[in-house]
Design a protein around this ligand. Structure first.
Ligand code: GDP
Ligand code: IMO
Ligand code: MG
Length: 423
């Protein structure tokens, strides 16, 4: 099969960027299919560390086509800056293609995002990245969005941008909020449009031509299944389909071309932003995981909430995604812990279930029920094969896989490329 899909199986930040970089060794094209620069995908190569927001994590392998697909919402100014920064570090960015159908994010979307969060207030806010993701997807669904193709037509783009910006300014005025300086914002958009215009393509054609030519394609998910607009912990979700179905619509790939579905899964659980998180640890163990795992947002720098591995949530997510192979990351972060816990069922209002509740308020009420496993003392960061792992680590991984009904294919024991091995 020409197309594999890699998705996050939890609430994002599972290590997708690292895994895409590793798997890109054997592919010709990497395609982002949803989300925007709310994503922060970290890749560490040698002494260099990169955090990508819109550019696919295949960019470090020479000659690999990097597609920003139709399903994304793209901040043109942010993308220009990201591409310029990568080029300044010596990377070849000529392989990047931006879809003519991707929707554009402008300053008015970001301002609206911040305003909506403020209106919800501390107790009800979503804890978004404030990158304008929700408002941009709302414009797309509302059929008032502006798409990538317009970057190649400055006159049209200016008319559309000014029209929308004025509409948003009226809303901001009514809300008593600061309005945008439309001329100043247009100047930034214009510069980005001129920079990005040569990269705009019909990426659906590029992708399908590659499929026909027998090339190997890897789709790079952003966020995680539990942040999916349909299947996640609504309303504490992002505004796109982060699950495998999103790859077909967000890249223009027919399902019949899809082969392996990779699920990236942290050996524990993290979440950034608001919303229910049954296995969250608000104690010293939670702090320990945060410190050992460097759990601070790659996009916003916010501390990530940390907790035990949640097999109820993760097996639900593997089901929705049809995960075949697991890449389990950050095993090393658990090194030295005396006891490890895995949540295997929830108690909701006196009833025990292994099914994921639909409603966020219900999920917020669940009591996680745990099974306990012994930890290991040894460091796993130098492990390079299954047999190098301590016996208890192998048992822990096997139990995770058994609970989510998928196969452990890759284990990651550190942020670097070489800290990865196949089972
Ligand atoms: P993504 O959004 O899924 O690409 O993940 P992020 O880049 O936001 O967060 C993952 C973080 O963990 C990054 O800082 C990675 O460098 C780091 N990382 C990835 N895999 C491992 C691992 O196996 N062990 C450790 N200790 N860190 C890892
Ligand atoms: P990667 O691809 C973790 C979270 C935000 C917030 C919710 C909605 O790096 O895994 P949004 O700005 O999308 O409207 O915010 O989604 N969120 C992420 N959490 N990793 C991400 O991306 C995220 N992208 C968005 O924190 O809770
Ligand atoms: Mg991230």
């Amino acid at each position: 099969m020409p197309v594999d899909i890699l998705v996050g199986t939890q609430w994002g930040d599972e290590g997708k960027g690292k895994l895409i970089d590793v798997l890109t060794r054997d592919v010709d094209m990497v395609v982002r299919f949803q989300g925007g620069n709310n994503a922060g995908h970290t890749v560490e190569i040698g002494t260099e560390k990169y955090v990508l927001h819109l550019v696919p994590s295949g960019i470090f392998r020479p000659g690999v086509s990097c597609i920003i697909g139709n399903g994304l919402v793209v901040d043109p100014v942010g993308l220009m800056q990201e591409m310029q920064a990568l080029a300044a570090r010596g990377l070849d960015i000529s392989t990047i293609e931006l879809s003519n159908k991707a929707h554009l994010i402008f300053a008015y979307h970001q301002a609206a995002d911040a305003l909506e969060e403020a209106a919800l207030g501390e107790n009800h806010k979503i804890g978004t990245t404030k990158r304008g993701i929700g408002p941009a997807y709302a414009d797309k669904a509302g059929r008032t969005g502006i798409r990538g193709a317009q970057l190649q037509n400055l006159a049209n783009l200016e008319t559309l941008f000014r029209g929308q910006a004025e509409k948003y300014n009226r809303l901001f005025r009514e809300a008593g909020a600061t309005t945008l300086d439309i001329d100043a914002e247009w100047a930034k958009v214009r510069e980005a449009a001129i920079y990005l215009a040569p990269f705009v393509r019909d990426t659906v054609v590029s992708v399908n031509r590659s499929i026909k030519a027998g090339k190997k394609i890897l789709c790079e998910g952003a966020q995680g299944a539990l942040l999916d607009i349909d299947h996640g912990t609504y309303p504490f979700v992002t505004s796109s389909n982060t699950t495998t179905g999103g790859a077909c619509t967000g890249a223009g790939i027919a399902p019949k071309h899809v082969g392996t579905v990779w699920g990236v899964m942290k050996a524990y659980t993290t979440r950034v932003g608001e919303g229910p998180f049954p296995t969250e640890l608000l104690d010293a163990t939670g702090d320990e995981l945060r410190n050992a795992g460097g759990e601070f947002g790659a996009t916003t720098g916010r501390p990530r909430r940390c907790g035990w591995f949640d097999a109820v949530a993760s097996s639900y997510s593997c089901m929705i995604n049809g995960v075949d192979k697991l890449a389990i990351t950050k095993l090393d972060v658990l090194d030295g812990l005396e006891e490890l816990k895995i949540c295997t069922s929830y108690e909701i209002d006196g009833t025990v279930t292994a099914d994921m509740p639909v409603a966020a308020d219900m999920l917020a009420r669940v009591k996680p029920r745990y099974e306990s496993m012994p930890g290991w003392k040894e460091s796993t960061t130098e492990a390079r094969s299954w047999d190098d792992l301590p016996e208890n680590a192998r048992k822990y991984l096997d139990r995770m896989a058994e609970l989510v009904e998928a196969e452990v294919a890759i284990i990651s024991v550190g942020p670097k490329r070489e800290q990865t091995f196949w089972r």
